[in-house]
Design a protein around this ligand. Sequence first.
Ligand SMILES: C[S@@+](CC[C@H](N)C(=O)[O-])C[C@H]1O[C@@H](n2cnc3c(N)ncnc32)[C@H](O)[C@@H]1O
Length: 244
Amino acid sequence: MNIYETRRLLDEYLLFHYGAAKEVLPWERGPHEALNFARRTVHELLDKDALPPGARALDLGCAVGRSSFELTRFATEVIGLDYSLSFVGAARTLAHEGCLDYERLDEGRASTLLRASLPEGARVEATAFEQGDAMSLRAGLGGFDIVHAANLLCRLSDPARLLERLPDLVRPGGQLLLATPCTWLEEFTPAANWPAGSTRDWLKDRLSACFTLELEKDMPFLIREHARKYQWSVALGMRWRRLT
Ligand SMILES: C[S@@+](CC[C@H](N)C(=O)[O-])C[C@H]1O[C@@H](n2cnc3c(N)ncnc32)[C@H](O)[C@@H]1O
């Protein structure tokens, strides 16, 4: 069973992407700077001043869509793609209905009904969500001025296949925004396909022929499991520029 098709993960990701600060982390003490990750990977990694008119963006592993909606502030057309039908369905519902109700687990059998809402100012008409595999993307996607892939690489069984496709996907001068917590696990990726050393060195090795590394940033994020349990991680955020 793909965990990203489960109700538990759908609820967790709706909270992770759309939850208000008080809904996610009501504790006074806690890593508040780790909130809003799906918004920050766009706003903190993108070079907003270097986009052509009519820019196209691709959000790979978009989950329930928050980063795709953020990308509509900067791109005329945004494709959000994810392998999970359940996540893509939720992103589409948000685009069509403007909101989606979900349960936040508090503990055991106790939960709270919450509502995810589209971020204000997002241009839903610019979005198209599709189910697909980032390791074998369909032909005809075209070129993009922005490709965003947050916390996707270490969830792929063969991430090198995506890296090989990237030079064709990102237009000359375009931006590749990557974030990864480098959490390599055999349940997602056979160990033979993990980087031999650091993920950073592996990416430099694989991408430098076609991209320049412009920005690196440590990006904490927080996923709430229940009222008293969280996953706190620090993703390595990167902006790569496609060579012209
Ligand atoms: C750790 S989540 C990250 C989601 C989102 N980008 C974020 O930062 O919150 C990984 C996402 O990748 C998706 N995914 C896993 N394998 C995939 C594949 N082969 N192609 C496309 N998406 C995939 C999962 O369904 C899930 O939505």
